[in-house]
Design a protein around this ligand. Structure first.
Ligand SMILES: [Zn+2]
Length: 271
């Protein structure tokens, strides 16, 4: 009995000692686990921020910084003194400004280049259309830069433009040749002929120019467009009487109004 009791006592003492060890072990384990978890958490969060930085730099590389994006958009618009909100409007009108840079277009005897008149008219059209709440305007150029026909078309296709309007003047050996004429791609069945008709009629109503009517003719810049596309020759710079009109700011305003109203009539008809 005494032995048993001693044994029991011993066992109890021993058990107590084991409990302390176990407790110590548990505490150490808990500390290790906690420390491990803390380190793991640190590693994961720094990993996440590294990953985020990587994603950010990838986004920057692909899409550019926010500022650069708006800069790209501004390159495609005239500075009309309005903030470009980047807001998606219902319609995108692409104004292709004729010629540019080393390509001056038609040059008059007194040194007026078509490219400059094209830019002036395009700016007025752009301004007029941009005042509509549901229309945003993109342009092929807003400075004196050279562009190939394919660059113009590819850009308009990339912008998902709803209509493409190329603005030009023209010239002829015959100084009495005159009038406004709108062209669309031969065999176009995408609405280009309706757009051409509406713009031609509207311009003829707004300004005093001979109506040369709409004409199917596949200019290179009308070939591969994914949207209704027209080219308007606003008049003959080779005709001194017409040149005088075409360089007059007041006449340009009426001309731009006529072009804009024609485009808007077409868009309205799309619903
Ligand atoms: Zn031209």
């Amino acid at each position: 009995m005494a032995r048993q009791s001693k044994k029991g006592k011993h066992r109890r003492r021993k058990r107590t000692r084991i409990d302390k060890r176990k407790l110590l072990l548990v505490v150490v384990c808990l500390f290790i686990v906690t420390f491990g978890l803390f380190k793991a958490f640190q590693a994961v969060s720094s990993g996440v921020s590294v990953a985020k930085e990587n994603v950010d730099s990838l986004v920057t590389a692909v899409f550019g910084e926010g500022e650069d994006t708006s800069k790209v958009n501004k390159d495609k618009q005239f500075d009309l003194g309005e903030e470009n909100t980047g807001e998606k409007k219902k319609y995108v009108v692409y104004i292709d400004v004729g010629h540019g840079g080393s390509d001056g277009g038609y040059k008059t005897k007194d040194g007026v280049y078509e490219k400059d008149i094209d830019l002036q008219i395009s700016k007025l059209v752009s301004s007029r259309l941009s005042s509509q709440g549901d229309v945003s305007v993109m342009v092929s150029r807003n400075t004196d830069t050279a562009l190939s026909n394919s660059e113009r078309v590819e850009d308009a296709n990339k912008q998902n433009a709803d209509v493409f309007v190329s603005i030009h003047m023209t010239g002829n050996d015959d100084p009495t040749a005159e009038g406004v004429q709108t062209f669309y791609r031969v065999d176009a069945n995408d609405g280009s002929d309706q757009l051409a008709t509406l713009v031609q009629k509207s311009v003829a109503a707004y300004v005093d120019l001979k109506d040369r009517e709409v004409t199917p003719f596949t200019f290179d810049v009308l070939k591969d467009n994914n949207m209704p596309a027209i080219l308007i020759q606003c008049g003959f710079l080779s005709n001194p009487k017409e040149e005088k009109k075409l360089i007059d700011p007041e006449f340009q305003k009426d001309l731009a109004e006529g072009i804009s109203q024609g485009i808007l009539s077409y868009l309205d008809a799309q619903g």
